[in-house]
Design a protein around this ligand. Structure first.
Ligand code: DGL
Length: 265
């Protein structure tokens, strides 16, 4: 039924950047968002732990009758997409944030791209693997940039501190000669302009907000599951509520978010 909600999950509230893009592109869609704040950050977790969390969260979203599950978190998309497809593919549509960025790299015929992400995403090597599956000649420079996540969450993404940290990471020699950089983390759309400025706007900066919203639209349209009625309210859950999480939502989502706790664990 088209009026069923879209489930979106992330390790925390950063995935609201993806939810925001989906809501903007498809205001009629009803969203159920789940941030697994009890286990934040996923970027430091093992792939097995992330898989375990992601399976349980998907079960929660299925219990809420979601027609589609968007894995907004890059660390979870890297570690858990395959296992979620094995578990639930027959029951729900899945969209992950990795594949669309990879397709964009292939479509644009880049020779060399950079990837910045959490340790978990970089350790999985998912971007390089998937890019090379489609074009072996694309060079991929992978860089874990773990300090950027807490920096953004604490609101330090617009001043000298962030400028210096971003410049420190991006000056890494491995990134020299890149034509595009993939912001492979939920939080990084907030520093997109700074990254573009660092490279003097000579490098394409790709993130997974509008690209994912487009893919969500395409998949729903293909399955005739687009919601044309626009009934029902969005719901935003975290697995561990604190006021600080509630306050931080405004960094990532344009509208007011009424955060509720879901007891999954
Ligand atoms: N959501 C994570 C990601 O996109 C970043 C935050 C975390 O490490 O949990 O990889």
């Amino acid at each position: 039924m088209p009026n069923r909600p879209i489930g979106i999950f992330d390790s925390g509230i950063g995935g609201l950047t993806v939810a925001n893009a989906i809501k903007k592109a498809m205001p009629n869609e009803r969203l159920i968002y789940l941030g697994d704040t009890a286990h934040l950050p996923y970027g430091d977790k093992s792939a097995d732990a992330i898989r375990y969390f992601s399976i349980r969260i998907s079960k929660f979203l299925l219990e809420h009758d979601c027609k589609m599950i968007v894995i907004a978190c890059h660390s979870a998309s890297s570690a858990a997409y395959d296992v979620l497809m094995d578990f639930y593919d027959q029951k729900v549509l899945f969209v992950n944030v990795v594949d669309e960025l990879v397709s964009t790299v292939i479509d644009n015929n880049y020779n060399k791209v950079g990837v910045i992400a959490t340790k978990a995403t970089i350790r999985s090597n998912v971007y390089e693997t998937k890019i090379k599956e489609q074009n072996t000649s694309v060079e991929c420079a992978n860089l874990a940039t773990p300090l950027l996540v807490p920096m953004i969450e604490e609101g330090f993404h617009q001043g000298k501190v962030s400028h210096d940290i971003i410049a420190h990471y991006l000056s890494d020699k491995r990134l020299s000669g890149i034509e595009a950089i993939l912001l492979a983390c939920t939080h990084f759309p907030l520093i997109k302009t700074h990254v573009a400025e660092y490279f003097d706007h000579k490098v394409d900066v790709l993130d997974s907000t509008d690209i994912i919203a487009k893919e969500v639209y395409r998949r729903l349209e293909e399955k005739k599951l687009l919601n044309t009625e626009g009934q029902g309210k969005d719901a935003f859950y975290v697995t561990d509520f604190t006021q600080s999480f509630a306050d931080t939502t405004k960094l990532f989502y344009n509208d007011l978010v009424n955060l509720k706790e879901a007891s999954l664990w």
